[in-house]
Design a protein around this ligand. Structure first.
Ligand code: SAM
Length: 275
């Protein structure tokens, strides 16, 4: 049976007696027009390898397979196995299922040495830890096209000085070029979540910081944004205080929220040099 002949997503859920479970962060996209739009924004096609986290009823999965990409879909909820097996049959070799926890799964093993693009309508309860895992390695995706709660999407893409700017933005923007590509209202999901969502596109930078620099960046941003109202000379006291901030060429009286990403990278270098 080709993909086009599959039942609608709603029919498939009904036929398998499936419903959304809160504990798995399940809010489904049952409109294939939206899932196709996300697949287009992911810029994947023939011959590409895609890792999708949380296929659920398979709306985004169908759209990704339609592009000609080969999809490896990682789902934690075993209830979806029979429904997704039907999509595997229709995908004619284009879809491979892995029932596992995306938080602990080894993406390098899934990709088997090939570059792989991550595309997902993420479960909100583990969206941020998953993003940090993918940004800080050791495995690096070729690109990431991910749906988050709007507020998290704003934090990922916010520039210095913006209210939403913080640790997540610094780590995301130091490792990737990050931009919002699509707003999706809560009513587009079944069941609708309490808040709106947005898709963010992240493209890893060629000059990605080394693991050592990233580790330093994580420590410094934790301290600096942990006390975001304080001046850097105080919030970074235990990591080197005023001397460290001056070595990085920054103003010790400035607050974390106005320091751009390259400023935090300079702090990371100064901290590594002083050790
Ligand atoms: N992709 C589907 C869609 O767009 O309709 C479902 C998206 S729903 C927001 C999140 C999906 O992630 C669910 O299918 C859920 O079971 C799955 N999930 C939740 N936690 C997971 C985890 N730790 N590892 C893998 N999948 C997970």
């Amino acid at each position: 049976m080709p993909l086009d002949d599959l039942p609608t997503l709603r029919e498939a859920l009904e036929a398998h007696g499936l419903w959304a479970k809160k504990s798995f962060g399940q809010h489904f996209l049952l409109d294939l027009n939206i899932t196709r739009k996300i697949a287009r924004l992911a810029e994947v096609g023939d011959g590409d390898l895609v890792i999708e986290v949380g296929p659920g009823p398979g709306g985004l999965t169908r759209a990704l397979v339609e592009t000609g990409a080969r999809v490896v879909a990682v789902e934690k909820d075993e209830r979806f196995r029979p429904l997704l097996e039907e999509v595997v049959q229709a995908a004619d070799g284009g879809l491979h299922l892995v029932f596992d926890d995306a938080v602990t799964v080894d993406e390098a093993a899934l990709a088997q040495g090939r570059p792989a693009h991550l595309v997902s309508n993420l479960p909100y309860n583990v969206g941020t830890p998953l993003l940090i895992k993918w940004l800080t390695g050791p495995w690096t995706p070729a690109s990431l096209t991910l749906m988050f709660q709007k507020e998290v999407a704003d934090r990922i893409t916010a520039p210095a000085g913006d209210d939403a700017y913080g640790r997540l933005g610094v780590i995301a923007q130091a490792t990737c070029v990050a931009r919002p590509v699509l707003d999706v209202p809560a009513r587009a999901f079944t069941p609708p979540p309490k808040v709106d969502s947005a898709v963010v596109r992240l493209e890893p930078r060629a000059d990605r910081p080394s693991p050592e620099r990233l580790d330093a960046l994580q420590k410094l941003t934790a301290a600096a944004f942990g006390q975001r109202r304080k001046m850097l000379r105080s919030s970074l006291k235990v990591l080197g205080g005023e001397a460290l901030v001056m070595t990085a060429g920054l103003d010790p009286a400035a607050r974390a929220e106005v320091i751009p990403v390259h400023g935090f990278l300079a702090l990371a270098d100064a901290w590594l040099a002083q050790r």
